[in-house]
Design a protein around this ligand. Structure first.
Ligand SMILES: *Cc1c(COP(=O)(O)O)cnc(C)c1O
Length: 382
């Protein structure tokens, strides 16, 4: 099989481009400081769960504003284990968005359920007004995705879930420090799932994730499920999974968590600067920005562009890492063939996929670089 160790091409292009999405060498320029902390773990032999994981979970829960954060192997596992902890299994349906990353759907499918898609709004998030029509007797849960770090309309989604007795699992993998009406994204549903993949806003040296919840009971279940169901060394409460957050990754995560305010504020400032410079250019649509009630943290800075493919190639040729997140909606993926969807089923999501493009807005992007990007885009549309 080709591509046995496929790596997304964002890892290869760092040297070829001047203005890049990949900022990891800058992000971890202080890696020796982290290595010293990792050395402590090695000296104690404290590799599995342990103090570093415990401390990080507490600190993370405080940032999100939830009672419990449970460290697991990845964001995908956080979603999957959340669904399993809520009893999702064969024959169930989970309502979600076709405009997301593959892992959202993978978690539903590996939990045994079938994803049922509902179209998005112009801000890329699931349209709550269309959810009720998708509910069937098999529906077990709603899985909204806070795309790009903009919270979904959680009031509406929770009201629907309550009316129909459905569970809510938030895919908050883009949403650390995002807020909806003053409350943290990932704190509304039965569970909120977070990822610490190297390209997420809070990132580690490999994989890591968290499942957040305000329920003591669900937290207890999640802690068991991620660790073989073990109550202690000799007693197993339930036969389950092995998906722990690595202690070494918890050390890295704690280090980055200290900088999360700066990371978030830089992303917001850079995004709002692009908004101000790119608004009014014909050919560009800026998604609706909800001021006040919603804090969007811009894990991705996506606008919609006419002649998107041409513009992307134009920018890439000039050293700007313009990316598409993502060109094909989930219902039209080869892996979705069995579910019977067809082009035209979700026109807004399909239009977003055809026109969206993302620019780098991470904390190492400079105003000068942004001005260059703006200049190039204006030249393109002139
Ligand atoms: C990254 C991501 C995930 C999966 O996270 P991993 O830690 O890579 O498993 C899930 N959903 C969304 C929306 C993501 O962007």
């Amino acid at each position: 099989m080709a591509n046995q160790n496929f790596l997304p091409d964002q890892y290869d292009r760092t040297d070829a481009l001047d203005i890049n999405h990949n900022y990891l060498p800058d992000q971890f320029a202080d890696y020796e400081e982290i290595l010293a902390k990792v050395g402590e773990v090695v000296r104690k032999g404290d590799f599995t769960l342990g103090r570093a994981v415990d401390q990080f979970e507490r600190d993370f829960a405080e940032v999100v504003g939830v009672k419990h954060a449970i460290g697991v192997g990845s964001g995908t596992d956080a979603l999957f284990l959340s669904l399993k902890a809520l009893g999702v299994s064969e024959g169930d349906e989970v309502i979600t968005t076709p405009f997301t990353f593959y892992a959202t759907i993978g978690a539903i499918v590996t939990a045994g359920a079938r994803p049922v898609f509902v179209d998005v709004l112009d801000d890329f998030n699931i349209n709550p007004d269309n959810i009720e029509a998708a509910i069937t007797p098999k529906t077990k849960a709603i899985l909204p995705v806070h795309w790009s770090g903009k919270p979904c309309r959680m009031d509406d989604i929770l009201a629907i879930a309550n009316r129909h007795g459905l569970k809510v699992v938030e895919d908050s993998c883009h949403g650390i420090q995002a807020k909806y009406k003053g409350k943290g994204a990932g704190s509304f549903g039965e569970f909120g799932a977070f990822s610490m993949h190297p390209l997420k806003n809070l990132n580690v040296w490999g994989d890591g994730g968290l499942a957040c919840t305000n329920s003591d009971e669900l937290a207890e279940k999640m802690r068991l499920m991620r660790n073989h169901g073990l109550i202690d060394r000799n007693r197993c409460a339930m036969f389950a999974y092995n998906s722990r957050l690595d202690t070494i990754q918890a050390v890295v995560a704690s280090h980055v968590l200290q900088k999360i305010d700066h990371i978030t504020e830089s992303r917001i400032a850079n995004s709002l600067y692009f908004d101000s410079q790119l608004s009014g250019i014909s050919g560009i649509t800026i998604p609706q920005r909800d001021s006040g009630e919603v804090k969007q943290v811009f894990h991705i800075y996506s606008l919609r562009y006419e002649r998107r493919d041409e513009l992307q190639a134009y920018l890439e040729a000039r050293g700007v890492d313009a990316k598409v997140h993502y060109p094909i909606p989930m219902h039209l993926q080869p892996g979705a063939a069995d579910w019977g969807y067809k082009p035209g089923d979700f026109p807004v999501a399909e239009a977003c996929c055809a026109t969206t493009m993302s620019l780098p807005v991470h904390e190492f992007v400079t105003r000068e670089q942004q001005d260059r990007v703006v200049y190039l885009i204006k030249e393109f549309y002139r």
